[in-house]
Design a protein around this ligand. Sequence first.
Ligand code: TXA
Ligand code: MG
Length: 356
Amino acid sequence: MPKVIRVDPLKPDPETLREAVEILRSGGLVAFPTETVYGLGADAYNPRAVRRIFQVKGRPADNPLILHIGSLNMLSEIAEIVDDRIRDVLKILWPGPFTVILRKRETVPSEATAGLPLVAVRMPAHPVALALIEGLGRPIAAPSANRSGKPSPTAAEHVIEDLGDSVDLVVDGGETFLGVESTIVDLTRDPPVLLRPGPIDPEYLESVLNRKILIPGFARGFGEAERALAPGMRYRHYAPDKRLILVEDPLNIASCVEHVVRGFIERGYKVCIVGYDELSHLKDLLGVEYISMGSINNKFEIARNLFKALRMVDKTNADLCVVVGIDESGIGLAIMNRMRKASGGNIVTCSSSQLS
Ligand code: TXA
Ligand code: MG
């Protein structure tokens, strides 16, 4: 069990956070809450500390990290901004769940960017994360604080479950506010490319950028990305150990899920469903374990509970679980990207003929 300190997420006591800052300063690893998910942080300018992040997570060495900053001055230290309009856009989106890919400066050790000439940067909208960056006075390199391949942690317990005492300190600020990781956009490309959907949705982003962005198939959760474009998007992600099947059906999701689950039960499988309050009648109807992520009409609630629900899958008695898809509008795209990846491409849709 690692050392854990509890803090008020909205008004963290600087005195309490002092120890965390000292650990970062001396090259240690600190897990801390951001508004999206928990991060596993190290001093971004300390190559040894950054290398330890990869070891502890079991992360492939060619998958670069996000640098977390606390001010636009810090951005100028690490990235080249050729176009002043980019600065104006970042002033609108930051602090917030938005990560930008820019050309890096020499100050950034190549360990943090996995040798790439580009760096991912974001200014988190979380008082604890901002206080740590300010205390350290340097950017904090931080991936999500899960073991590589597992669902991202939205609570300190998830970090402890995955990483144990290989992390020097866990700052426990309760559950994170948004529950899915930041939107990532590559602004070095023309048009800009969405690498990972998140809480800042494409419609809004296009209105802020005042231009169209490219949304490749892998950003929706389909297929594999080219290494040069999106180095981290090729690996299996967010996956429970148990088999997970994603059911997508824009027309009649309740009957499609019922049909698919009955099929598995008939073949002798114990099944669980990860779905919504509105479909919870399927629990008794089919006699299965049912995990609800919230109301189908509240996508932010679903986003907040998604990773916790995926972690619960492995704690059920089921042989396999069916996760229920949702439409892609707004934060729905981020949710569907995570679900498609978690299912490892095990996606079922129902044609009307199957249902009749
Ligand atoms: O919300 C978040 O972004 C969280 C919190 C902790 O800030 N962080 C997070 O980090 O999700 P991570 O490492 O789990 O995901 C970062 C993604 C990876 O898929 C990585 O490949 C991509 O960002 N990335 C980092 N640097 C990149 C670069 N130079 N070019 C393209 N993709 C990059
Ligand atoms: Mg991650």
